[in-house]
Each structure stands twice: as C-alpha cells, then as structure tokens.
Design a protein around this ligand. Structure first.
Ligand code: GCU
Length: 136
C-alpha cells in the first residue's frame, strides 16, 4: 500500500543540525537535535485521503536513556518514547497513529527531556492500511 517518506534533513529544524556521520540513514543525512528540551523538527505531510494513518518515525539513539518527544499533529500532542537503539548507527522506528484530514498536516516532534531528541532520519506516512489494530 502507498506510503510517503519525508526526510528530517528537509524539514523545518529548530535547535538541531543536519549531520551524516552515523551510517544507515536514508536521504542525505539526519537531524541531530540539540541536547535541550524544546528542540524540534516540523514536517508538512500530505495525505491523499482523510482517515487513520501511521506516522512512522525512523531514528537512532545511541544512549541508554529514553529520549521522549512530544508529537504534535494538528496541535494534538502525544508523548512518545524513543528508546535506546544500541548504537548511533542502529536505526529503528516507532509509529504514532493519527487521523489525518486529506491535504497538508503539520507534524512536529519536540524533545521533552534535557537530552534533546534522538537522531531523527525520516517520517513515513502510511495510508492506514498497513496496521490492522486501530483499537489501541
Ligand atoms: C553523539 C552523537 C550524535 C548525537 C549526540 C547526542 O555526539 O555522535 O550523533 O546526536 O551524541 O547525544 O545527541
């Protein structure tokens, strides 16, 4: 089924830098959030149809500390875990489920802890059909 990926290095970055020194990223690099609460990456994503979608964040966290972030979708926020992945070159995904309207939606991932966010590679928006359990 259809999905669209957005590279973090092409998004709007506040208190972070684009880097490429840890292999395994897609595109041309990733965002290294500043190690401060409030650092953020904001995406403008486009959904072809309204309905539930999976927002799949690809990241690496080479520390043992969870780098939780607040994920804002049209101003509605959820507190999402970005746990350690074992190494800065070990990339993983977490998925946030959200109902998107057709058209453009702002999705912002803001660091909650003083460690800042993880290294963020990309956000993929699926069409909702890839996940069957919407009851959680
Ligand atoms: C290291 C690592 C960076 C990472 C940073 C951090 O410096 O090389 O890629 O962003 O730690 O702790 O945030």
């Amino acid at each position: 089924s259809a999905s669209v990926s957005y590279e973090a290095e092409n998004a709007t970055i506040s208190q972070g830098v684009v880097e490429s020194d840890h292999a395994g990223y897609t595109g041309t690099g990733f965002v290294n959030y500043d190690n401060v609460a409030g650092s953020s990456v904001e995406f403008q994503v486009t959904a072809a149809a309204s309905g539930p979608h999976g927002l799949v964040f690809r990241f690496a966290n080479g520390t043992a500390a969870d780098r939780r972030m607040s994920i804002a979708v049209n101003g509605v926020t959820v507190n999402q875990s970005f746990p350690g992945t074992g190494a800065w070159t070990a990339w993983a995904t977490v998925t946030v489920r959200a109902v998107l309207e057709a058209g453009v939606t702002t999705v912002r991932a803001t660091a909650i802890t003083a460690d800042g966010g993880p290294n963020l590679d990309a956000l993929t928006v699926d069409d909702g059909a890839q996940t069957t359990d919407w009851s959680r």
